[in-house]
Every structure is written in structure tokens, then in C-alpha cells.
Design a protein around this ligand. Sequence first.
Ligand SMILES: [Fe+2]
Length: 364
Amino acid sequence: MTRAEIDKNDCLVIYEDQFSNYHLHPLWLRERVTDPEFLDSNNYQRLYEPSLITQNITIKNFSIEKEILKIKFSDGVEGSFLLNVLINELKQKDIIPDKKPWKNEFENLPIYDFKSLNEAKVFLDLLSDFQELGFVIVKNTSAEEGTVVKFAEMFGPVRTTNFGKHFDVVSKPQANDLAYTSLGIKAHTDNPYRKPMPGIQILHCISNEAKGGDSSLVDGYAVAEYLKINEPEMFEILTTTDVLFKFVDKDIILENYGKLIELDHNGKYLQSRFSGRLDYVPYLEPSQLEKFYSARKKLFHLYESEEFELNFRLDSGMLMMFDNIRVLHGRTEYDVNTGFRHLQGCYIDHDSTEGKLRRLKSNL
Ligand SMILES: [Fe+2]
């Protein structure tokens, strides 16, 4: 059972168990009061400016009953708080699942039948798998052009870029990107030169009759975790060196800098960037540069290794949706003389999948 007391600084100390306690400032609690007078019950937004609450507010009294905390503040306001909600916020615990790193050892791939996605439970499972693994495959969609955008809009708005609302991955002359040739393309993240990078990519197969043209996915998170443990020096240089990524065509020049593996301020994995066709390594002292090149080479070989790279084939009517800042994708070369290959792709933001998953989980 949770217990609490007021400390010498007039903060409420909540003891979750013998190891965890939190010293909560009265103002921090006061601005979380959820009564309808203070919070709009439709949109959960505050109806007042919290910066204007008196800063020397204190707790006059409190009680805990059935895991509900009741507080009377010195400005006369009374509030009730669900302790589990409060503690989840203190722990920054998200309702949606954490990422699960994966290698090329799936017993069952996360393949969903498009015809079942109108069942709420199946849609929720797809979003949960996507959150954990960073990708899902969907079969039995239509083979019609434009399917990719319709599918994307089940989650949220499509991000239009200079390639348009969607792009056609088909071999064409004088292509402004190697994706639009029949060449094999090793595992990469799309568009690391954009600010911000496209969050999620969906690639829908209209036709894949050519010899070759198989797809691959690699979990950048799993590879980053592997390097962190097995090659700490390489991990260090890859997570601290800013690389320039650049796209050039006759209309536009796009540039952005970023690390090949980026961590957050707590040292936790945030994202991957990798595109050997587009990267410009910065000026570094030669000895540092040698270290960086060794680390990049190692990273490249891990991405193409049997241990990490998942290979499969997208047939007509199938699509894959993957987290473009985590899961790298690639394809094998194909022979345009053996059949037609046409994929359509588009981008959406993480807001769409994460936001929908949080909503659905909160409804449970
Ligand atoms: Fe790509």
C-alpha cells in the first residue's frame, strides 16, 4: 500500500515501496488537479494558466484511501489523484510497449491479413507489433495503384515531400534516386537529409514479376545494442560523429547532419541513419577518421549479415510498413527484362501509429 507524509520542505513524499519514494512539490500537484473547474473534460486541457498559481502554495492536509490521494491546498482548492496514474507519470511509463530488438530468427513474421484489420483487436495487435518490432507486413491488400496512400491514411496523414504524396519505385531512365533504377540497394534508412527524417515508410507492391527484387529489413536498434556490448569503441565513435547527408537534383538541395547511431540524453537508443549513397564523413584527425571508417565498415557488415538481415519477398498486393528511423530496408538487384516490378511508397509520422495505439489502449 502506498503511504505518504509531508517533508520539511512542505513537499508530499510518496513511498511506493521500501525502495522508491518521490518528493512532490505542492505546485506540481496543484497543477494536476483534474476537477471540471480546472480541466476541460472533453479535451483534458487546462482552463487556466498554471504559471499564475501562487508559487508558495502549500498542502493544508491530505489523505489516501483505496489508492486515491486527496489533497487540500492552501489556496482552498481540493483535488483527487489516482495514485497509479501519478506514479506512472513519475516513472515516465508509457502505456504503449517498449521496443524489442530482433535478429533474423523469427518463427513467425508479423504478417497481417488486410481483410482482418477492421477487427479492433487485430488492428491493435498490428500497432503493438509495429511499436515493438518497428515493422509489420500486410498481405491481401489490393494490387491497385494508390493503395499505399489509402492504407497510410488508416493511421494518419501522409507526409508529402519533393517526391510527392507517394513515390513510384520503378526503374526509369535518368532517375534522381538509385531507388528508381533496377540496381540492388543495401540496407539503408530513407532520406536522412530531411529535417526531420520521414518517420515511417510504407511500401506497397503492385507488381513484382521480375527476377530478383527481394526485400530486406534490419533492426538498427538490435545492431546498436550488439555494438554497444561487443565493440564499445566503435559504438562510441558512431554515436558521437555528425555526418552530413545530402540530396541533390535539378530542383532542390537538401542537407542535414546526424549520427549513424543517435542516443538520447540518457544514453538510450534513439535512431539510426545509414545511407552509403548519400553520406559525407566530416573532417576528422586522420587517426579518428580511421576509427570512424572501421566502425562504419563494421556497421555495414552487421546490417548485411545473416544474423541480423531478414529477407523475404513482397508479392503483388502485399505491403510492408517500417519505422524508417529504426529499421533499415534494402532490396536485391532485379532484371527488368524478366518482368515488371512496381512498388509505391509513402511516409507517415510516428504520431499516427503511437497516437492511435495510446488511444486504443486507453480505451481498454
Ligand atoms: Fe529506400
